[in-house]
Write a new protein. Structure first.
Length: 178
């Protein structure tokens, strides 16, 4: 039985020796490498030939400046070095020093100046009430949009609608005390 096992074993080893060894698929690897190089070359050529964005059309900056001339607007000062206390942050007292001006069309400057002179105390009271009741986040807002809109609305109720184009706050200083 041992002899039969040796013979079978010898046949298995002989068959393994007769079988050719598995070769590396060299042709397949070369074809795949060639396709990858070809794709890389085509993509690179596409990006090179595509070019960049088209240049922007230039404009004349002097002409644009001439169109935006603000000669037809004037400013009317409504409050100068005006201080208002604000206690909306709790026990903390915030003092706001402001200067308020209104931007108006040149033809309305005299009319608004006359109304501001006649109702100066009423306008200052309106500004004081608005700022003293403003929330701390509105006071700390760098653009002060809410306060500007409130001042414009309050002043327009006093002097008339549609005269004021914009409220300007050239001086805005806050000081917090405990």
């Amino acid at each position: 039985m041992k002899l039969l096992g040796d013979i079978l074993m010898a046949d298995d080893t002989q068959e393994k020796k007769d079988q050719p060894k598995a070769k590396l698929p060299l042709k397949t690897l070369i074809i795949i490498a060639a396709v990858l190089v070809l794709e890389g070359g085509l993509i690179s050529m596409f990006w090179i030939l595509k070019g960049g964005p088209a240049p922007a059309e230039a404009t004349d900056p002097i002409t644009q400046t001439e169109q935006n001339v603000n000669n037809n607007f004037a400013e009317v000062v409504m409050a100068k070095d005006f201080q208002v206390d604000n206690y909306m942050a709790g026990r903390t007292r915030m003092i706001v020093t402001i200067e308020v001006a209104a931007k108006v069309e040149g033809v309305n400057k005299e009319k608004l100046q006359k109304e501001v002179d006649e109702h100066s105390k009423e306008i200052l009271n309106c500004i004081r009430i608005l700022i003293s009741s403003a929330q701390p986040d509105q006071i700390k807002d760098p653009r002060l949009e809410v306060i500007k809109r409130g001042i414009q609305k309050g002043v327009e109720e006093i002097v008339g609608e549609g005269i004021i184009q914009e409220i300007l706050l050239p001086v805005w200083q806050t000081y917090i005390t405990d």
